[in-house]
Design a protein around this ligand. Structure first.
Ligand code: ZN
Ligand code: ZN
Length: 345
């Protein structure tokens, strides 16, 4: 049996014919297995959805109760037999509820990792290494220039700036699902205990994180706060809000942006970001290559991002590798990316 007999890459996502499902399909299908709730991986309109409880809950928050015909929750480490294959979900360390999906049949194991990071995150379960024959990896930051470094050092930079400019409001752009909550948890861990303000678009997801145990301290909505009272405060907002009229409600706003792309200083400048913070929910170059090697997989399939460099690296290591041309996976760390946060009046 060849790997393609188990999982067949198609432009709309990988398809398991013998199991009767797609993984993270980009168009509506009969049965979808979803790795995590980011909108490019988790779309509405499937007949049946199998995912972790948190992913299902987050999809419901985004799309409403009727986002799928039927839903079924699966826990980390739990296995199910679907047609001729066994599927098991494992933590991916990317955002709350994110999973790698292991698909096994006839002694062959393929792991579809979705998006992942192999560094600690106080708001989600840590990445679990799953030995496999074929590893499907993302490639968002798959260039040697991307080394994310220590997120706590970036938080310290933010808090130094807040202390230095008590008359200004710090606005931190962060993707609404995952990054915003991780950022707040990291700020709390650094000892900052003043209220943190939220853009309205991230309220429901952030409250959901709290209900699942994330310790985020006192949160307030920026909407309704008087302008002078926002001096010296930190507000977390969707990246798109940084260039919005919305910023006018803040005294002398200072724009920060938490993203792996902030490693590229020209990009930060171009986007008018005064305080770039290199904090990413994706593995960096070292994380990707170390993880690929550690899985023991002899064959690597590479999705969305900088496929070429990673495919080339695999070749130098004697690994068989191919890019998957899946159309529709976005990049939630881009200011113009997949954030459906929307505008706030
Ligand atoms: Zn994602
Ligand atoms: Zn992705």
């Amino acid at each position: 049996m060849r790997p393609e007999d188990i999982l067949l890459p198609t432009p709309a996502g990988v398809c398991c014919k013998i199991g009767g499902f797609h993984i993270d399909p980009t168009r509506p299908v009969e049965r979808a297995l979803i790795t995590h709730a980011h909108s490019d991986h988790a779309r509405a309109g499937h007949g049946a959805v199998l995912a972790t409880q948190q992913t299902l809950d987050l999809m419901r928050l985004r799309y409403g109760d009727n986002f799928a015909g039927t839903t079924q929750a699966i826990a980390y480490g739990e296995s199910l037999t679907l047609g001729g294959v066994t599927v098991t979900f494992h933590p991916a360390g990317h955002v709350l509820g994110s999973a790698q999906i292991e698909v096994a049949a006839n002694g062959l194991t393929i792991v579809a990792s979705g998006d992942y990071k192999n560094v600690p995150d106080p708001t989600c379960a840590p990445f679990e290494l799953v030995p496999c024959d074929v590893f499907i990896t993302e490639a968002t930051f798959a260039l040697p220039v991307f080394r994310h470094g220590d997120p706590d050092a970036e938080i310290a930079k933010l808090l130094r700036s807040v202390a230095l400019f008590p008359e200004r409001a710090h606005l931190v752009g962060a993707y609404s699902l995952g990054k915003a909550q991780r950022l707040i948890a990291l700020i709390r861990r650094a000892g900052y205990d003043a209220p943190i303000y939220l853009h309205g678009a991230m309220e429901s997801i952030t409250r959901y994180y709290e209900s699942r145990g994330a310790a985020l301290g006192e949160l307030r909505l920026a909407r309704g706060a008087a302008k002078p009272n926002l001096a010296g405060t930190v507000t977390v907002c969707p990246p798109s809000a940084l260039n919005d009229l919305w910023t006018r409600r803040f005294p002398d706003p200072l724009a920060a942006f938490a993203s792996g792309w902030m490693r590229v200083r020209a990009r930060a400048r171009q986007q008018g970001v005064a305080l770039p913070l290199v904090i990413s929910d994706h593995a960096d170059w070292d994380g990707l290559t170390a993880t690929i090697a550690a899985t023991g997989a002899g064959e690597i399939w590479v999705t969305h991002g900088q496929e070429d460099a990673l495919v080339h690296w695999c070749g130098t290591r004697g690994l068989k590798a191919r890019p998957l041309d899946i159309v529709g996976y976005g990049d939630e760390e881009e200011p113009t990316g997949a954030d459906t946060g929307g505008a706030e009046p």
